[in-house]
Design a protein around this ligand. Sequence first.
Ligand code: CTP
Ligand code: MN
Ligand code: MN
Ligand code: MN
Length: 371
Amino acid sequence: PEGSTPTPVTTVSQYACQRRTTIENSNKIFTDAFEVLADSYEFSEIEGSCLAFRRAASVLKSLPCVVRCLGDTEDLPCLGDHTKAVMEEILQYGRSFEVEKILSDERFQTLKLFTSVFGVGPKTAEKWYRRGLRSFSDILTEPDIHLNRMQQTGFLHYEDISRAVSKAEARALGNIIDEAVHAITLDAMIALTGGFRRGKEFGHDVDFIVTTPELDRERTLLPDIIDRLEQQGILLYCDYQASTFDITKLPSHRFEAMDHFAKCFLILRLEGSKVEGGLNCAEEDRRGWRAVRVDLVLPPMDRYAFALLGWTGSRQFERDLRRFARSERRMLLDNHALYDKTKNEFLAATTEKDIFAHLGLEYIEPWQRNA
Ligand code: CTP
Ligand code: MN
Ligand code: MN
Ligand code: MN
């Protein structure tokens, strides 16, 4: 009828940084399927389709309710024909035949298996697959396969580091890092970041940011921390990358480019007895310890907010923050800085809230960034 009140429209943004996405996912049946498709396209290096399925999954994760029919998706962004066809199959049959075909494909299964090893990326996995290798024992018994140190460690601790890290274990590691850092310097601060900061119950690793107000100390502190962990006999693996940070550089255009802060990718030995509910497998029970992946990053104090925002994730949230900055604001954002291309100036920030404000975005809490 004329003059009727318009139906309230709640539009879902195409940018994850304008959506609130908790760890509750009502549409797992669809997003799991999309993630298989995205992985499969990633293995085939078809980046456009890979990203399309990752974006579609991210949009559905932000919905408070389960999608019951295709009509429910009418006003949603980032869902193309292919995506909708997969959803239609799932709505009709409870599963997608396209996804099942991928899951039963030998190449997909092998590449998934190989890339599950720490230090093995899609390129290496593909190379091994092409040589006819299909299992770990194929790789480990092949005479002229050279494994780098990271991959050797990956195989050595495969069982442990492929098992999820619990919140209790993350807390125990937090105490270990805290103790190690404060034994060296009393004015350093440690913050939990990554998936655990987003409220996840489990993670594949534990991520920490360490900062110190002492100027330039963040460039030299990390080797001291690593030495300390080594002396304690809990350092199983360490890939240390010294700082190459340069304050004059503009933020990177490339999302996947690593940041320039001092950092290390570690494998630590975590004693089970220290952790409530930490002994979760028979083998570990007997041994009394497990290996865990830990990442440490040390930005200078004035870049702490950018590093915290960048390392909290999720990856999809980070991608869309940068895309939003570039496309909607003519700004460049990365883990180090925010640069306004219109004003030709860097925008300083001491908190994450400052960065959201510079971008003209509503603040999104860490536990709402599970995009
Ligand atoms: N990250 C980064 N630079 C790296 C490694 C990671 O900026 N060299 C960022 C990623 O973009 C991600 C966050 O740090 O947003 C955490 O990365 P990661 O530990 O891989 O993922 P989590 O979200 O913590 O998930 P998980 O529980 O699997 O560890
Ligand atoms: Mn993590
Ligand atoms: Mn990861
Ligand atoms: Mn990590």
